[in-house]
Write a protein that binds this ligand. Sequence first.
Ligand SMILES: Cc1ncc(COP(=O)(O)O)c(C=O)c1O
Length: 439
Amino acid sequence: MGPGVLTGPFPRRDGVLHGGSHRLDALAEEFGTPLYVYDLDAVEGAYRRLLDAFAGVPLDVAYSVKANGALAVLHRLASLGAGADIVSEGELFRALRAGIPAHRIVFAGVAKSEAEMEAALRAGIRAFNVESAGELERLDGVAERLGVVAPFAVRVNPDVLSPTPHEYTRTGHASTKFGVGPDEALELYARARARPTLKAVGVDAHIGSQIREVEPFVQALARLETVVHGLRAQGEALEFLDMGGGFGVAYEPGVEPSDHGGTLDLRTLARELGPRVRALGLRLILEPGRSIVGEAGVMLTRVEIVKRSGDKVFVVVDGGMTELIRPSHYGGYHHIEPVVARPDPQGPVVVDVVGPICETGDFLARDRALALPRPGDLLAVRTAGAYGFTMASNYNARRRPAEAAVSGDRVELIRARESLDDLIRGERMPFDDLATPPS
Ligand SMILES: Cc1ncc(COP(=O)(O)O)c(C=O)c1O
C-alpha cells in the first residue's frame, strides 16, 4: 500500500500530508514532535454523520470522553449539542469546563467513589450508569446525605461476545467485570423503587469497542428489550435506552473509512436499532468515542535512528508506547506513512517502527513494509485521535506530547508539551533529617 491510500482527513497534496490547509511538516516544525494533530472539522463531520444515520430516531449523543478528552475537541462537540459519557470526576471536570451541560452527561464505570458521585450529583448530571448492587447502595447513601434524588440506569451485561480485534476491548459478555445480568438488573431496579433517593431513568449497556458488525448490537438490544418490558410490567417509567458506543473505524489500508462501509455501517445499525427503540417509546443514547475522533487525529513522530539488529531493521522514532500505547497494549494497528513523500527506488523494506522507551514492548508497528526512512524524516501515525493522548504516560520520565488542532485554514496549539517542572509537580523530598550523612 502506498502513502495516502486512506481517504478522509489528513490528505496528501503535492506529496505532503496536510491537516486542513496546513502542511503537517510545518506543524511539526512549529510545535515539535511527537505531536498529536486533530482536525476538528473531521470530528464535526463524524458527529454529523452519526446524527444523519440516525435521523428520525430520538437520539442523544453522549460522546465518550475517554477516547479523547482534549478541551478543544470537547468544546467543538459541545457547540454541536453533544453530551458526554464520563468515567471519573476528572472527565466530569473536563466536560463541564468545555461547555457540555451537566444534564447531557452520563456517568459510567464499575466503582465510582463517593466523592465522584457527590461531585456528579452536585453538578446535576443526567444519569449514573450503575454497575453493581454495591454501587447502587453507595449512590443511595450519597444522595440521601446530600438530600437529592439520584437518576440512574443499570448497566446490563447482555452476555454478547463482541467480535473486537482484541479481547481487552470486549465488555459485553458475562465473564467481564462490567454491568450485571438481566435478572440481577431487574432486582436492582426493584430494590431502588423502595428508595425515595433513587430514580430509575433508563437501561444501559456497552458491549465493547472497535466493533465492526451490527449483529452484536442487535443481540444486545434483544436482551435490553426484555429488561425494559420487565420494568414496564412493574410500572417503571423510563426515559432512555443507552446502547453505549464501540462503533468501529478503519485502521488498515484497504478498509474504507467508516462512512463508506467496510467497517461498522452506521446506517444499517440505525435501521436495525431505530424502529425497535422507537417502539419502546424511549430516547436512544449512544456513547461513541473512537468513531467520532479516531480518524480525526494523527501522531507525528520524527525518525531518530535507523539500525539493523540480526535480520531486523528498526526505525527508532521519538514517539513510542508512552505517547501511543495501543500497539503494545492491544496489538492495535496504525497505518504509518511519511509526511513528505520522496522517490523510493529501492522499494519498501520490512521494518519495526519502535520508540525510544526502555521496553521491548515499545513499538508502533512490527514487520511493516515501509519506504526506508532516514533520520530526521517525519512519519505520520494515522487514526490516532482516539485512545492516543488519553492513554499517554510519563513512564521513563517522558513529558507528554503537545496537541494541536486544525480547522479549515486555522491552526492552534491546544495543549503545550509538558515541561520538566510538570514532571515533578506535587513531589517532595522529606526526611532529610533521617538520612545517614555520608562518611
Ligand atoms: C461505557 C462506555 N461507553 C462508551 C465507550 C466508547 O467506546 P468507543 O470509543 O469504542 O466508541 C466506552 C469505551 O470503552 C465505554 O466503556
